[in-house]
Design a binder for this molecule. Sequence first.
Ligand SMILES: NC(=O)c1ccc[n+]([C@@H]2O[C@H](COP(=O)([O-])OP(=O)(O)OC[C@H]3O[C@@H](n4cnc5c(N)ncnc54)[C@H](OP(=O)(O)O)[C@@H]3O)[C@@H](O)[C@H]2O)c1
Length: 330
Amino acid sequence: MPLRIIQYGVGPIGSAIVRVLLERTGATIIGAIDIAADKVGRDLGEVVGASPLGVLVSDRADEVLARKADVVVHSTSSYFEQVFDQLLACVRAGAHVVSTCEELAYPFRKYPELARRLDEEAKAAGVAVLGTGVNPGFVMDKLVLTLATVCQRIERVFVRRVVDASQRRLPLQRKIGAGMTVEEFREAVEAGRIRHVGLPESVALIADGLGLEVETISETIEPILAEADVRTEYLHVRAGQVAGVRQIGRGLAGDQERIRLDLQMYVGAKEPMDEIRFFGTPDLCARIPGGTHGDLATAAVVVNSIPLLVQAPPGLRTVVDLPVRFAATF
Ligand SMILES: NC(=O)c1ccc[n+]([C@@H]2O[C@H](COP(=O)([O-])OP(=O)(O)OC[C@H]3O[C@@H](n4cnc5c(N)ncnc54)[C@H](OP(=O)(O)O)[C@@H]3O)[C@@H](O)[C@H]2O)c1
């Protein structure tokens, strides 16, 4: 029997996930929840750019969750506190939950009490809850921990992800500050409008996964300036203006840096890549030229995790708890 799935949040990521689910024989979509006025009441297939599915998008989460799904795929927001009640409602409806909420990838350090409550509720309901995606969820944590298998001893970890935002959607180009002055950029950072959520969660996943003593996790956000004019489909960024953002997450033991995650997202990046380096025995460097695609990979990670999630022990899980597997047959 195909797994009965509800899609909770039908933005660009929820839509990308639904399009992948439609290609899999192991899933059938029985409901969709979203509060956006331009989506409520419309056919889900039409909203995600596919053929009509006979499933209408609803803003009544309680009604949709009462249909008793096996799995809710959740993609509404980045912040654990904001989605906590949504996740709880899914769990209480008896569904496993996989979410792209970045802070859910490892909420134990920042929100120990909320994490404990969600874990207890999930165990009581006999379901598993997982936060995942491409980053956090894979490139800067799960992939690192997977590669670490071939090391005998690890002293330091360095990960760099360089994304060329020229090829991405306008909202993403705006979100990284492309075209701003440095002053506007700093104001936007101050106001919390420019920030990739999830680096501290990835640092924590690596630290705890590798058993590295990390007492402090810190984060910096700086602009990357365009060295020459860059034209994207949507924007003209002039030399000297902000091309994007460089965010660095650090895991420190005392004043010793044990983990550094260096995320650069800017228009005109010449050498997009994902790179993982271990310093230890032996030293190791792995590089993905071109880097991993953000949205396509997120949808893939989420969908591939579903057959693993439904077999996972109940409770609040992390990507470390799940095996690495491409679920082609799901
Ligand atoms: N872990 C990863 O690697 C990864 C990768 C990509 C994205 N993400 C995260 O995944 C989330 C979804 O991404 P996105 O680009 O699709 O975001 P988005 O553009 O903000 O879309 C989210 C959708 O959910 C709706 N929504 C918000 N609150 C809701 C609620 N309480 N109930 C029902 N629907 C609600 C929104 O409606 P309104 O527009 O009306 O608010 C919108 O339609 C974001 O937080 C993003 O940062 C994580």
